[in-house]
Design a protein around this ligand. Structure first.
Ligand code: NAP
Length: 327
């Protein structure tokens, strides 16, 4: 049956104020689709790129990639999910900032007992990002030292906990002393407040001049050169985000000059594209959550109607940990 829900919509890309709360009619799920009634919605930096136009999307459009809740209705041919199941998703389709949303069953995850909707909305997109960065993009081994930017952010705090679990020495950059304390409290080994200290010099000092084999950089434009300068020869820069803007116009010769370096620009959606990949990655994440090794840390909660405030908060650089919307 069709359903009327409240949803955030944009009719043009731009500042946070382009997001408006509207009534939307959801059709009954088509074959292979599942309608999810949301209990908690995850807020991620990628939502701000969809809203601002950094990533071009057709408008009018919804916003949001991630939510957790309960299966409300299923389309023909859906196996493995039934109304009432507790589920979550984090790979769209865009439109999660809503009371309910219809997604492909292929992207849906069942939430294990003990993982609440709030936990899931805080952990799926961000935790699966850390999973692929640490386990696939560059498979970390105990004893290695890494550099991770924005260590007190949503992805960053999960990275701190996961790195500690793997026996990895994590050097995290942060923009304030409060964020430094938070990252250390979550398992980061060394923190660098980049307002006070030179990141490259500190990384060289900590690593005895060698640099690190891998840098995980979600900040992008402002940190690109710094990240390359922190790598040891033949090291890898995993440039996985653009919170300060996109990295563009790179002369590849810089990679030779700075030590035959590698750069990848990965995105989660290519690492959980198949049911097998999604099950394996989410299984690993939820196992760490069940064992208390990775914990959700929601520091900002907003009502769905206040999505504008959530985006302003994320852009202000004052948020730590995860941000969610309550529908
Ligand atoms: N490729 C992927 O698969 C993937 C998946 C998930 C997330 N991401 C990326 O990972 C990054 C982190 O995502 P998140 O949702 O967890 O965000 P977040 O880290 O909670 O927030 C972004 C942080 O980036 C830092 N930052 C530096 N320059 C900034 C600027 N000019 N404007 C805003 N923030 C700035 C700030 O921390 P400090 O104050 O400590 O500098 C800020 O708190 C984002 O770039 C996101 O796009 C990528």
């Amino acid at each position: 049956m069709p359903q009327s829900v409240k949803a955030i919509r944009i009719h043009e890309q731009g500042s946070p104020s382009v997001m408006k709360l509207e009534n939307v009619e959801l059709d009954a799920p088509k074959p292979g689709q599942v309608r999810v009634r949301h209990e908690t919605i995850g807020v991620n930096f990628i939502d701000t790129y969809h809203r601002s136009g950094l990533y071009k999307i057709p408008v009018p459009s919804g916003i949001g990639m991630e939510a957790a809740g309960v299966v409300d209705a299923i389309g023909e041919g859906v196996a493995g999910f039934k109304p009432g199941d507790r589920v979550g998703y984090c790979s769209g389709p865009i439109g999660a900032y809503a009371q309910a949303h219809t997604v492909s069953a292929a992207q849906l995850m069942k939430l294990p007992d003990g993982v609440s909707s709030e936990d899931a909305a805080a952990l799926m997109l961000k935790g699966l990002t850390v999973q692929y960065l640490f386990r696939s993009t560059y498979r970390l081994k105990a004893g290695e030292t890494i550099l991770f930017h924005a260590a007190a952010g949503g992805v960053g705090l999960i990275a701190c906990q996961w790195a500690k679990h793997l026996g990895v020495t994590m050097i995290g950059t942060v923009g304030s002393d409060d964020k430094a304390d938070l990252a250390l409290g979550n398992g980061c080994t060394h923190v660098i407040n980049y307002h006070k200290e030179d990141v490259v010099a500190r990384v060289k000092e900590i690593t005895g001049g060698k640099g690190v084999p891998v840098v995980y950089d979600g900040v992008g434009k402002d940190t690109f050169t710094i990240s390359l300068d922190c790598l040891s020869p033949r090291g890898l820069l995993a440039s996985f985000g653009n919170s300060s803007g996109s990295v563009t116009g790179v002369d590849l010769g810089i990679l030779a000059a700075k030590g035959s370096l590698y750069v990848t620009r990965p995105t989660l959606f290519h690492y959980i594209a198949t049911r097998e990949e999604l099950d394996a990655a989410s299984g690993e994440l939820f196992d760490l959550v069940a064992r208390g090794i990775v914990k959700a840390d929601i520091r900002q909660r907003f009502a769905l109607a206040d999505a504008v405030k959530a985006h302003e908060a994320l852009a202000s650089r004052n948020t730590v940990g995860a941000t969610v919307l309550i529908p």
